[in-house]
Design a binder for this molecule. Structure first.
Ligand SMILES: NC(=O)c1ccc[n+]([C@@H]2O[C@H](COP(=O)([O-])OP(=O)(O)OC[C@H]3O[C@@H](n4cnc5c(N)ncnc54)[C@H](OP(=O)(O)O)[C@@H]3O)[C@@H](O)[C@H]2O)c1
Length: 258
């Protein structure tokens, strides 16, 4: 399927590996020039090289996306983005009573204020050019709570609500704002949690993985490429009538009919 976005410019935050990288790769495969970012400059360069193999232009902007100067560098490299994929690392799991005010502020900064700042920076130009796709990577925990991920769920729910009215306000200008809510995906992030759970229970990591996968109706974790393809579709020319939505991609784990 031709997504109708060849030649478009896409900023993909936190994209040196995992879900962000999969989005950048899928957008590159659709013909977009991509601007990738991550803190580990070496890993980011390797990712940029991998994506360049698709034949598009790839620019790597290393640094913490929570840092205003890194966001400014991304926007200087790509002053007129057609597509913005907001992504960042997620707050670490913590017991409710151990969460400090500083933890909450850090989570809000990373997973709510940073994507809002980027959306504000790009939305005016998108409206003028009458094309824009803003896609936020949030979490299924926004829809169905996960104990220990309170900071993550709260900050991402805040982001979702914050952008909901603007999504309607800019729809007329062919600018859409949607979120993708991942369930369990087989990335380094989930692998890290499996290792910790296995250590704390004193059992094999493979057993923890098998248990987690068995609890998902699809019987497996999602693959990052599946996530990236959904992102590319939401960024496509054809997706202009989808806005203000939160698309769950979780192998059926959320148990509701709606
Ligand atoms: N995988 C899942 O099952 C799942 C489920 C629900 C929600 N999520 C959320 O989806 C997002 C992506 O998860 P993932 O599984 O793809 O994680 P991942 O595999 O750990 O990849 C995270 C990516 O973000 C970059 N990154 C992290 N912090 C950054 C920062 N401050 N500035 C710039 N880049 C940064 C990392 O590179 P550097 O470390 O080099 O910066 C890496 O490229 C996270 O917010 C996560 O909480 C994931």
């Amino acid at each position: 399927m031709d997504l109708g976005i060849a030649g478009r410019k896409a900023i993909v935050c936190a994209s040196s590996k995992g879900l962000g990288k999969a989005c950048a790769l899928a957008l590159a495969q659709a013909g977009c020039d991509v601007f990738v970012n991550g803190r580990d400059a070496k890993l980011l360069e390797a990712t940029a090289d991998e994506i360049r193999a698709t034949g598009v232009a790839v620019v790597a902007i290393p640094g913490d996306i929570g840092d205003a100067s890194v966001r400014a560098a991304l926007l200087a490299a790509c002053p007129a983005p057609d597509i913005l994929v907001n992504n960042n690392g997620g707050p670490p799991p913590q017991p409710f009573n151990a969460i400090t005010r500083e933890d909450v502020l850090r989570g809000l900064e990373a997973n709510m204020l940073t994507p809002i700042a980027l959306a504000q920076a790009v939305i005016g130009g998108m409206k003028e050019r009458r094309f824009g796709r803003i896609i936020n990577i949030t979490s299924s925990s926004v829809r169905a709570p996960i104990a220990g991920l309170d900071v993550s769920s709260g900050a991402r729910a805040g982001l979702t609500a914050f952008l909901a009215a603007t999504a309607r306000a800019v729809a007329r200008d062919n600018v859409t704002i949607n979120s993708i809510q991942p369930g369990a995906f087989d990335t380094d992030r989930i692998r890290g949690t499996l290792v910790k759970q296995a250590a704390s229970r004193g059992i094999d990591e493979a057993k923890v993985r098998a248990e987690r996968e068995a609890s998902i109706p699809a019987g497996r974790f999602g693959q990052a490429t599946e996530f990236g393809q959904l992102c590319a579709f939401l960024a496509s020319a054809q997706a202009g009538y989808i806005t203000g939505q939160n698309i769950l991609i979780d192998g059926g784990a959320f148990p509701g009919a709606f």
